[in-house]
Design a protein around this ligand. Structure first.
Ligand SMILES: [Cu+2]
Length: 334
């Protein structure tokens, strides 16, 4: 109860810095509450006590009091210096990545995040990191200004075309932590969502080696029954199309393609398979496996009529297995 009132609805603390950040934030809030009550409370009490229609209401004229002046100069000065030193301290920690940090390169583009790892792996929208080890992101954008924001870690940094910016964090809580783009960047800005997947040592080792890592829960929660079932260990094997649906979500396709016929920046994929598609240059083609493959790997090759050539290439970003699963999924969208 007290914890709730004191902390408000701040997100989970996924790093140590989040704790320091919260303490400073709470200090500022409660300091403001204290002075608000002191000043406004004093005003209300004095207004009642010295009402004009009271007897002997004529106010006494008080001239300079050195003691009073010294107090109202000293108290705010000391408080502001405390806030400055404290804030500088937290800020310094947040901006100076330890030299041995694990580096990941991040590319933002409308409307997804691509992560490039030292071991040559690439992921889209899912950022895999080890727990209890500093991770430094070196970020840039392919098009417009984006902002990389992980509320649970209390880190937010602009991602700017033509230059590199960086953030670092050391996850102390395992599981999936939301990533938001915090800078309006166009139509599907609100769909530019990813997750940091903070892995415990064993899972991190498996992931780095390219092995199955098993299910990972949302940060702060236990695995749900559905997640456990999807581990594959319990004998529940996903169909190829179901796996494709996961790839579709994980690679950010859903930001631009609906599966129910509704409008997004890209054409809906509902019922496309087996139908004829028309291109901007007047050409036509039957949507089959090869056409879908081309659409995903070389989207600019033939641009669907009525749409802009804005789809990024996924060549090299989806494995052959993922591609097969994706095609099975798109085929299943009746
Ligand atoms: Cu963005």
């Amino acid at each position: 109860m007290f914890e709730k009132i004191f902390n408000g609805d701040l997100p989970l603390k996924g790093t140590q810095v989040a704790g320091s950040w919260d303490s400073l934030y709470n200090f500022l809030v409660w300091l403001s509450v204290f002075f608000f009550l002191l000043v406004v409370g004093g005003m209300v009490i004095f207004a009642m006590k010295y009402r004009a229609d009271r007897q002997g209401a004529k106010a006494k004229y008080i001239t300079g009091s050195h003691l009073l002046e010294a107090v109202w100069i000293a108290v705010p000065t000391v408080l502001l210096l405390i806030i400055f030193a404290w804030g500088y301290n937290v800020y310094r920690t947040m901006t100076h990545a330890p030299a041995d940090a694990y580096e990941v390169r991040v590319i933002g583009k409308q409307w997804l995040w691509t992560f490039l790892y030292e071991n040559g792996r690439t992921t889209v929208n899912d950022l895999y990191v080890p727990m209890n080890r500093p991770v430094k992101l070196i970020m840039t954008s392919e098009d417009v200004l984006h902002s990389f924001f992980v509320p649970n870690f209390r880190v937010k940094q602009d991602v700017v075309p033509g230059m590199y910016t960086s953030v670092w964090f050391e996850p102390t809580m395992p599981g999936k932590h939301r990533i938001f783009c915090a800078e309006y960047c166009g139509t599907s800005h609100s769909g530019m969502i990813g997750q940091v997947i903070a892995l415990e040592a064993a899972q991190w080792k498996a992931w780095s080696a390219g092995k199955e890592i098993g299910p990972v829960p949302q940060a702060g929660l236990e695995l749900t029954a559905a997640e456990k079932a999807h581990s594959g260990a319990a004998g529940a094997v996903l169909t190829l199309a179901e796996r494709g649906a996961k790839v579709f979500a994980a690679k950010g396709c859903a930001a631009c393609h609906s599966i129910d016929g509704s409008a997004r920046p890209g054409p809906t994929l509902k019922g496309v398979f087996g139908h004829e598609v028309e291109f901007g240059d007047g050409g036509r083609a039957l949507v089959d496996e090869n056409y879908l493959r081309e659409s995903i790997e070389r989207p600019q090759a033939r641009v669907v009529k009525g749409f802009q050539p804005i789809m990024p290439t996924f060549q090299g970003l989806v494995s052959e297995t993922e591609l097969s699963a994706l095609l099975a999924y798109i085929k299943s969208l009746k």
